[in-house]
Design a protein around this ligand. Structure first.
Ligand SMILES: O=C(CO)COP(=O)(O)O
Length: 214
């Protein structure tokens, strides 16, 4: 199970979380990545933790003020990127363009989606993985794997029907090792989470609990 910690724009210390994630990954052998603000990519990557961007734009180099260039993310230490997160929704053509941009820059890709139908569409664009995150459960206390296990199973089936090579992750409300284990039992190959770690008083303790569910 891959554990991908999205720091969103939370007021946590990205280096504290990155250092804790690196240490827990090294001690446990688990794969843990941290996805900070674009401006923090390089210093998070400098800790040695696997580092992901939260978004990349569909454009290449050129006159694109305000864009997040995939090549710039990669040059600053990102190994992968989220695309179409629920809080950074894109049009279909732009999701396609962002996947292509990420691939051009050798970034691994996870395309997020609200529901199994969108998961099927996202899988058709050929990312490395897709992630189902019901928006109403994001930031809450109850894990998607407990509140709506059917949506994870249906997402796994939807991706499998389109392209069996695309992994399926799930997210929303994941904060414990039990949540991670339940997600794995439903067929997910990884989890996305944010508030459980970013808002924790002791992020390292939460990460240790999370990996206990792998
Ligand atoms: O959006 C998410 C991860 O990308 C999930 O957020 P929470 O873990 O805070 O529910």
């Amino acid at each position: 199970m891959f554990i991908l910690v999205n720091l969103k724009a939370y007021p946590c210390d990205p280096i504290e979380v990155a250092t804790a994630a690196r240490d827990v990954a090294e001690a446990s052998g688990a794969r843990i990545a941290v996805s900070p603000q674009a401006a923090d990519l390089a210093r998070v990557a400098d800790t040695g933790v696997e580092t992901w961007a939260q978004h990349v734009s569909p454009n290449a180099h050129g006159s694109h003020t305000g864009s997040t260039l995939a090549e710039a993310a990669a040059e600053n230490g990102a190994e992968g990127t989220l695309i179409n997160h629920s809080e950074k929704r894109l049009k279909l053509a732009d999701i396609d363009g962002s996947v292509a941009a990420a691939e051009r820059a050798d970034l691994e890709t996870v395309v997020c989606a609200n529901n199994p139908a969108q998961i099927g569409a996202a899988a058709a664009l050929g990312p490395d993985a897709v992630a189902v995150e019901p928006p109403e459960l994001i930031g809450g206390d109850v894990s998607v794997s407990t509140a709506d296990p059917g949506i994870v199973e249906d997402a796994v089936a939807a991706a499998e029907a389109v392209d069996s090579g695309v992994d399926v992750f799930c997210g929303a409300g994941v904060s414990t090792g039990e949540d991670v284990a339940a997600a794995g039992d439903l067929g997910a190959a990884g989890v996305l989470l944010a508030s459980g770690v970013a808002k924790a008083d002791d992020p390292e303790a939460v990460l240790e609990d999370l990996v206990s569910g792998i």
